[in-house]
Design a protein around this ligand. Sequence first.
Ligand SMILES: Nc1ncnc2c1ncn2[C@@H]1O[C@H](COP(=O)(O)OP(=O)(O)OP(=O)(O)O)[C@@H](O)[C@H]1O
Length: 316
Amino acid sequence: MSLNVSNLRVYYQTLKGDVKALDGVTFDIRDGEIAGIVGESGCGKSTLSNSLITLRLPMKFVGGYVSLDGNELPLQDHKKMGGFRYKKISIIPQYAMNALNPTVKLRRLISDLLNCHGVGYDEILPELNRRLDVVNLDRAVLDMYPVELSGGMKQRAVMVISTLLNPSLLIADEITSALDVSTQRAVAEMIVEFRDKILVKSVIFVTHDISILYQIADSIIIMYAGKLVERAGTEIIINKPIHPYTEMLISSLPEVGVYHNDKRLKGIPGKPPQLLSPPPGCRFKERCPQAFEKCKEEPPMIEIEPNHWVACWRVK
Ligand SMILES: Nc1ncnc2c1ncn2[C@@H]1O[C@H](COP(=O)(O)OP(=O)(O)OP(=O)(O)O)[C@@H](O)[C@H]1O
């Protein structure tokens, strides 16, 4: 098992109180698995990604246990996490394209980064060149400033840089949302290629876009208001979802070849609860057409068939 996350709780400290952005999240990711994480804006996807890399104020570790390749991750200790960051867990952040210092050529930028981790640039250069080839970037980009690259080129450059030391876990946080459709597809396919070539062992792919996950993910985790509501293999989530929220999320996707006149897209009425003071019980109950009395209590996450987990009282 590559990653094991158990009952992870991470809140944001604010003047109004704690925002319960991750409130008891449990899941595993196997070696070689690409796991997609989906959910509406504000459900805690970025909080989850960031807490596995850099958990700093106003974030607060409230509880839980996380291990990678059998070693506990000291999430609360920024300094100790330095031993894992980049080498063992690497992130392509949401705004990766703006993350590159525009005034420094890529070669210098990469060499400085490697130096920080005690790795010589010359030693890694042959591999760096090979990986630029994998993502179809001309080696000449090393002598260019980030401003000289297009959005898609920058994204691919960040992908190469973040995975140079073969991290065990790569977190890709909304990396395709700012790209046009064909570049999105190319970037997503490169993630699969990196996994297939074992340049990274496993991947967490955070997105709003389930259709991309259908192409690349082995499994999908559905988040709602700081909690997981369902997780299973991609086919199951897309074709046989069980949780009412997952069902509504999937049925709100447009189908290829269906005209809007024939079938109106439904969407999910209502809004998720405020995470400053989330309601007790199931957090989806106010919007759930199937809610009943029992939903005032918090539903446990149960495994209804191998590797298919659902948190809903309707599930027997
Ligand atoms: N710095 C912060 N201070 C207080 N609350 C925050 C902070 N950052 C995020 N939050 C809150 O934590 C919750 C989870 O936010 P998060 O960014 O993880 O959601 P997300 O699912 O990644 O959203 P998006 O898809 O819009 O990026 C939200 O309610 C958000 O308002």
